[in-house]
Write a new protein. Sequence first.
Length: 617
Amino acid sequence: MCGIVGYIGKRQASPLLLDGLRRLEYRGYDSAGIALLTDGKINVFRKAGRIENLRKAVSEANPLGDIGISHTRWATHGAPTDENAHPHLDQSGKLSLVHNGVIENYQSLKDALKAAGHVFHSETDTEVLAHLAGTIYDESDVSDPKQRLVASVQKALARVKGTFGVAVMHADVPGVIVGARLGSPLVVGLGKDEQFLASDVAAIVAHTRDVIYLNDYDLVTLTRNSYEVSSLDTTRTANVQVSRVDFTEEDSEKGAFEHFMLKEIYEQPQSIRNALRGRLNRDEATAILGGLNMSSMELRQIDRIIFSGCGTAYHAAMVGEYLIEALARIPTEIEFASEFRYRNVPTTKSTLQFVVSQSGETIDTLAALREAKRKGLRCLGIVNNVASTIARESDGGVYIHAGPEIGVAATKTFTSQVAIMTLLSLLFGRMHHLSSTDGLELIDELEAIPEKIEAILKQAPLIKEIAQKYAHAEGMLFMGRQINFPVAMEGALKMKEISYIYASGHPSAELKHGIIALVKPDLPSVFIAPDDAVFDKNVSNIEEVRARKGPVIAVTTEGCHELERITDDVIYIPRCKSILSPLLTVVPLQLLSYYVALARGCDVDKPRNLAKSVTVE
Ligand code: M6R
């Protein structure tokens, strides 16, 4: 949530900062700003709205400067206005600061500063931090300006309750940027005679692939030719490791696609192949998941599994629950990450917890991980972002290897997470009741999934037509049974978040327990009804909707023509093993929501009020 980019070097900073912000726009996009240090003076540009607005303002002024910090915002405190956009200045106008996170005690700090005569120009918690650091700097007796700035940032952060990723510069300390993190990611990019600071490598990968992922409590001091990492917490020492980024600038570009979301939907055959690569053992009819960091003996003793995640990751975990219970017969529970730490979930000595997260930075999921570890549970991550906090803090896990996902609506990471859940079920299953014949059949079926997704993608024109027909519905219901109930939830989430049509997902049988009251001619219902053990039950539920004149769109299996008679529109998926069907049934729903959003003129990749990575509670 929110994106930071900082630059110090030999090039003009503003184009680099603006380009970096554009690549981070998925983290927040309600306002943006940059501050440049030119001839001992800080120049600030801030604009509400998209980065394009900022770009125009900056290019009109054409400011010079080879050091700068910048920010794209997702508002927490204060509306998205020019005044509330970052960077913020201190009282002297010499210290400039950008911030991700939330300062929980900002009001008491603000009151104290106001009493001392400080005047604030925004409603943000960040401006309070800028004033605090600035006033500590002004009152400091440290003579070396660089040390003085570092110490001021350190002291200010010590008084803050909450989370932060910050970048700071001061007009009297030219050639220095100070960054620090607690709960919000920050990465340092190392160049030749230049250094970068960013919330995500995507912002800087065009310039350098050598990076240092900062840990919580790290403080970094950057000059054009040096970096120094120290700890805000005197009881810790900073652990500095230079890593090489394994993706390129092109991986986070749209290419020929109109939107990232569409590109990412089309990437699913490949992202699933990547998730499976090297992880299937045909000889033993099982999965190889070395990253779990557990011996076969330890894995065999697991008697309870808990999954937690948020949003789409939670829906993937729901599919995981069905998979593990069906294939491995291990009692499995899922919990919203945001609720997990407020519950007191009973566990056994051999309970294994998984946290599921694309970004690996979702604060609620991170909190669930920390809570599980606090209680002594072994906690593993199912994560896309290899450098993320969750990846680093978990006891092990499985990377989904889906590549960068930029569209705010998660698509390919859902199917990759489900593919990993299938591998886990296969692994645990083969340690318990699953026969090698059944294991091999699952492997065969899993390997065939990418090609089947390709076949579904070819139906995009038909799905687009269907989407146009229903694009102006006031609401939509999504219904599925068994392992396709989570897909109904996921379909509804996609529809809501990018098209702003109210949608909800339910087990089909729940219809008659209340939801049917909503059914009417202008409220379409989407039934996920593949040809499986509960197909006939779904048919009955479809009939119930038809009887009340509700339009029905069905997703079903090829060759299963029965639904054409009782529904308005049918989308077919290739036949597959029932337990794997979520990997296919979700794809038409992703396309449906995409084309509905397009028909409604919505900003598909950057839906209102959302951000890709949710790093506030
Ligand atoms: O990065 P994470 O997987 O932890 O994110 C979790 C949710 O915020 C995320 O899935 C969100 O619901 C998406 N916008 C759904 O499309």
